[in-house]
Design a protein around this ligand. Sequence first.
Ligand SMILES: [Cu+2]
Length: 170
Amino acid sequence: MNVLSLVIFLFMLHINYSYATNVNLAENPVLVSVEKAYLRASIPGSNISAAYMTIVNNGEKTVTLLGASSNISPRIEIHQNTMKNNMMRMRKMDIINIKANERITLQPSGIHLMLFDVIKPLQPQQDVELTLHFSNSKPVSLQVPVLSPIQEKSAQNSDEQHSHIMQHHH
Ligand SMILES: [Cu+2]
C-alpha cells in the first residue's frame, strides 16, 4: 500500500464512521432505531433520489412503516426491486412490517424509499431532513446525509467487513 492509497483509505474510513451514526427513537412509545440512513446524491439532469437505512425493531410488537415525507420531495414511495425474467423491476409497497426484534435493511438491491420531484439537486456532504411515519408512533424526523456513489460503495464495503467479522464469532 503506497502513501496515496493509505490516505484515500483513511479518508474513506472517516466517511464510514461519520455516516454510521445511530438514531435512537427513545422518546417514542415503540422501540425503533434507525441506523446508517443515507440518501443517494442526485444524478445530473434527474430529479429522483433514493433513501436507504436499517430499521431495527427492539420492541415486542410488530411496527409498521407507513411512509416517509420530506420538505425536499412532495412524493416519497416505498419500493422494492425484484428480478423477473432477468429484468430488474420496481414494485410499489404500501407498508413495511418490521416484526419484534427484526432488522430490515433498505438497500440498493432491495427495498428503498424513492423520492420523486426532488426540488433541488442533492449534493454530497449535505444533510436532508427525512420524516418516517410509523404505526403506534409519532412521526420521526432524521437528519440524513447525502452520499456520493464512492462514499456509498465504501459504506457498503464496510458493512460486508462487519458481517464477515461477526461470522467468526459463530
Ligand atoms: Cu424505486
